[in-house]
Design a protein around this ligand. Structure first.
Ligand code: IMP
Ligand code: MG
Length: 182
């Protein structure tokens, strides 16, 4: 275990099992749809989850990626989300599945779902590996959830602190002294 880790919250084996279950559930839910299913990963946090999950969806999906940056996280609901990298393809008439690492305040996903619906998608659903419900201030409907986590700073399996720790194969709480030091 890395020295920066306070506690491993979800082991790599638990993640693997849950991701397989989510893949099966998504496969089942979309198997009769005649629309194209576009699986959209939100960079960079969702990259690892996206790569594992997409292999568990046994349907002819396409993949695309977006990168966003959100401001005003510590302030209230007027926070702003900026698209850094947009989708490569039109979403009109397609079924969209947004893949996110964690839903925290909900700002990022409430903005993204609204924006993608306005572009004429047939449907927009959300799958997130983690949910930190205590910090929510924007309403977000999560269609598929991996795990709920406590209000701590989480790293691993794609999630970072200052761009580090994304490659941990598990999900962990970071030691306070790591993110409170300047
Ligand atoms: P939201 O817009 O507040 O829901 O924030 C979502 C984004 O903030 C996630 O996609 C993560 O990139 C980041 N984030 C929120 N909580 C954590 C955490 O505990 N560890 C690492 N990143 C986090
Ligand atoms: Mg993210």
């Amino acid at each position: 275990m890395d020295n920066a880790v306070k506690k491993v919250l979800i082991s790599s084996e638990e993640i693997r099992k849950r991701v397989e279950e989510l893949g099966n559930q998504i496969t089942e839910d979309y198997k009769d749809s005649d629309k194209e299913l576009v699986v959209i990963g939100i960079l960079k946090g969702a990259a690892i989850f996206m790569s594992e999950l997409s292999q568990r969806i046994k349907l002819p999906i396409t993949m695309d990626f977006m990168a966003v940056s959100s401001y005003g996280k510590s302030s209230i609901s007027t926070g702003e989300v900026r698209i850094i990298k947009d989708l490569d393809f039109s979403v009109e008439g397609k079924d969209l599945l947004i893949v996110e690492d964690i839903v925290d305040t909900g700002l990022t996903l409430s903005y993204l779902t609204d924006s993608l619906k306005k572009r004429g998608a047939n449907s927009v659903k959300i799958v997130t590996l983690l949910d930190k419900p205590e910090r929510r201030n924007m309403k977000v409907h999560i269609d598929y959830l991996g795990f709920e986590v406590p209000d701590e700073f989480i790293v691993g399996y794609g999630l970072d602190y200052a761009e580090k720790y994304r490659n941990f194969p598990y999900v962990a709480a970071l030691k306070e002294e790591v993110y409170k030091q300047s």
